[in-house]
Write a protein that binds this ligand. Structure first.
Ligand SMILES: NC(=O)c1ccc[n+]([C@@H]2O[C@H](COP(=O)([O-])OP(=O)(O)OC[C@H]3O[C@@H](n4cnc5c(N)ncnc54)[C@H](OP(=O)(O)O)[C@@H]3O)[C@@H](O)[C@H]2O)c1
Length: 259
């Protein structure tokens, strides 16, 4: 057996279909690229069409199969419409990655219901609804992978975690409930936990060199995260290699959480 054959048996995503929310930017875009380059047909879902189209163009130019669906995951109808369109592109997904997320940071005393509701809708309810839509089918077919992108703020307060940290903490609980329900049928459900990653989401912090250096110093590796740091972990959690890993939170944070 060649090493290539061995690695393919463990990690290849050939013939798999993946849906990646937030797949047009940052961590989601890196994960979509990794899954596609590992062989999956990938559908990226987000609101802004130019970013979606650019992502798909990059992947198809690389010889990958990719498609995009424009939709707002902040409303129930938006999620339902996006889910149906996503399934229409390459068929029902084997892999669901929930990376779409927002981080609004009003101080706790000023945190109103609108920010709370919007945060919960995008960060928590959309992953729940997409899991309800795709999880049972995965279980019926005997294979599935659900991967949520949470945050260190699921575990600790950080720069006014407010509603955001609550949504991410609940998302980790959702992964465990989904794992409990569907793991017996070959569907694993896990979370990837970023620390501080240089993406458009936290432009305000990442454009301040002093803050960037201070945050890097809190890691063990000595630098902040890059979107591509999630490629290997995502392929692992999406592949056959992780069949016995479920209900877990995998920290991809340079050691930030244990420093
Ligand atoms: N960067 C970090 O340091 C960090 C740390 C911890 C956790 N995370 C988590 O990692 C995930 C990805 O974040 P990122 O840093 O890669 O951020 P990003 O670059 O801002 O990407 C966020 C993605 O979500 C999409 N999105 C946002 N709201 C949406 C909505 N209502 N409907 C559909 N799509 C929506 C965005 O596209 P549109 O705007 O076009 O819709 C974009 O594709 C998030 O869940 C975030 O909470 C990030």
């Amino acid at each position: 057996m060649t090493s290539q054959t061995y690695l393919s048996a463990l990690f290849s995503l050939n013939d798999r279909v993946a849906v990646v929310t937030g797949g047009s930017s940052g961590i989601g875009r890196a994960i979509a690229g990794a899954l596609a380059r590992a062989g999956a047909s990938v559908v990226v879902v987000a609101r802004r069409e130019a970013e979606l189209a650019a992502t798909v163009d990059e992947l198809t130019a690389d010889g990958c199969r990719a498609a995009w669906v424009g939709g707002d995951l902040g409303s129930r109808d938006g999620v339902r419409a996006a889910a149906e369109q996503a399934a229409a592109a390459f068929g029902e997904p084997d892999i669901l990655v929930n990376s779409a997320g927002i981080n609004l940071r009003p101080p706790m005393g000023e945190l109103g219901e609108e920010v709370w509701d919007t945060t919960m809708a995008v960060n928590l309810k959309a992953p729940f609804l997409l899991g309800q839509r795709f999880g049972p089918g995965m279980a019926e077919r005997g294979f599935g992978r659900i991967i949520h992108v949470t945050s260190q703020q699921a575990h600790r307060a950080f720069v006014q975690s407010g509603a955001y940290g609550v949504s991410k903490g609940a998302l980790e609980s959702l992964a465990r409930s989904q794992a409990e329900a569907w793991s017996p049928y070959g569907v694993t459900c896990n979370t990837l936990v970023p620390g501080f990653v240089m993406t458009p989401l936290n432009e305000r912090l990442s454009s301040d060199p002093e803050k960037v250096a201070a945050l890097a110093a809190r890691t063990m590796v000595g630098r902040n995260g890059l979107a591509d740091d999630f490629a290997g972990a995502a392929v692992f959690l999406a592949s056959g290699a992780s069949a016995y890993v479920t209900g877990q939170a995998l920290f991809v944070d340079g050691g930030l959480s244990v420093h």
